[in-house]
Design a protein around this ligand. Structure first.
Ligand code: ZN
Length: 403
């Protein structure tokens, strides 16, 4: 009897995706190092979620009063930036339809994305192929789409991946749009022929498939992987704090409940371990990790405010890329070294690409927007985001090919 009652409670709640009704995003204005210190304890609290540390903090309705009081006492100014997160989530599906056979203007489930990879391989047999580079904690394939023209000569390599942070849906949607442009324009655009004959592109659309499925079925705002942590009720590791370069330094958390939990050891997650093993198996000239949001292009270093030795080359490439992004829809993506531009981070892809692999052109992109919708970016912004970032991507690859 008791089990039946429990089951009926579970049926009502366990199958439902988490509601964000009444959750607010506060935009903070921390001014001094002292303010950042005051914010650090909030990072460790399981129910609070920095969408974008130290600026945008999501707070559940039950804790709004106490968090606002804490900020007042700490003299940190804030505005209620998003008064109800659920209303933004409800508004993300705008019913956008693109003219292609695949709807690039919509968000897609994991199965739809994997079907898309199959259709690309079928539609472009001379340019596209796929392979699995490993499996996730829950056993899902990590499928890479390889794009390139066979020239019979040695080629250079480009890596790009998206959705290592599960909730950053536009990163996957925009990169799929970009990958399609690369293939579809091979027959018409001379510069694309040049790129596909110079480089092989390896694209991993869903770097964190377990987390991505969970954002569709359980919790739209899930960020981390889905592996359990021993001795803790909090699940998951931040993949972008789990790489083995300066792992465990500043800007990553040792608390399992934190959204920036670094994991029990470097490359503890099968997803990050698979990416690292694959990228170590070839020489890459470009290594890109696509995220959202903030409209930024970031180079090394994240773990320190010192500039990397190759910063002049990085700066030139970032300027060219962000100029190209700006030329499409007038969006001015800021750029610079990750740590000084954003905040200190360690164990990240961008530092690993440069620090461990020696790939000078190792960058992190933060796509649209600057916080109006945050992670719940409406579908009608996917194609514009893809268009401007495709221009940036092409400019970057041409720049590297010629330098
Ligand atoms: Zn991210």
């Amino acid at each position: 009897m008791l089990r039946l009652v429990l089951l009926s409670i579970c049926l009502a709640t366990c199958l439902e995706a988490k509601s964000y009704e009444g959750y607010q995003v506060l935009r903070l204005a921390p001014l001094a190092e002292r303010d950042l210190k005051a914010l650090n304890p909030l990072q460790e609290m399981p129910n609070l979620d920095f969408w974008n540390f130290p600026r945008d903090l999501m707070v559940p309705p039950s804790q709004l009063e106490s968090v606002k009081e804490y900020l007042d006492i700490s003299n940190i100014e804030f505005d209620v930036w998003i008064p109800n997160v659920q209303s933004k989530i409800d508004a993300q599906f705008t019913g956008q339809v693109s003219t292609d056979s695949f709807n690039y203007g919509a968000y897609h489930t994991l199965n739809e994305i994997y079907d898309w990879i199959d259709s690309m391989v079928a539609d472009y047999p001379n340019l596209a192929s796929k392979s699995s580079i490993g499996t996730s904690h829950e056993g899902r394939d990590l499928t890479v789409l390889k794009i390139g023209a066979d020239t019979g000569k040695p080629k250079r390599n480009v890596w790009f991946n998206s959705l290592i942070h599960a909730r950053e849906w536009v990163s996957g949607a925009a990169c799929m749009y970009m990958a399609n442009r690369l293939m579809s324009e091979f027959s018409t655009e001379e510069h694309v022929v040049f790129l596909l004959e110079t480089f092989d592109f390896y694209y991993l659309p869903v770097t964190n498939p377990d987390g991505y499925v969970y954002t569709w079925e359980g919790d739209r705002m899930w960020r981390k992987t889905r592996s359990p942590n021993s001795g803790s009720f909090c699940v998951g590791t931040d993949g972008n704090r789990n790489f083995d370069f300066m792992w465990g330094e500043r800007g990553s958390s040792r608390f399992t409940c934190s959204s920036t939990y670094r994991g029990s050891s470097a490359l503890s997650e099968p997803e990050t371990e698979a990416v690292a093993a694959f990228v170590r198996s070839k020489d890459f000239d470009i290594f890109l990790d696509y995220h959202a949001y903030s409209e930024l292009m970031l180079s090394s270093w994240g773990y320190t405010s010192s500039l990397p030795d190759d910063y002049d080359a990085m700066h030139a490439a970032m300027k060219e890329t962000t100029d190209a992004i700006f030329s499409i829809h007038g969006k001015a993506y800021h750029y610079g070294p990750s740590g000084p531009t954003l905040y200190a981070t360690s164990g990240t892809t961008v530092d690993w690409g440069y620090g461990d692999r020696g790939i000078v052109h190792s960058y992190t992109f933060e796509l649209r927007d600057t916080g109006e919708y945050g992670f719940a970016l409406p579908e009608d912004q996917i194609i514009p985001t893809g268009e401007e970032n495709y221009a940036g991507f092409v400019a970057l690859c041409v720049h590297v090919a010629r330098s």
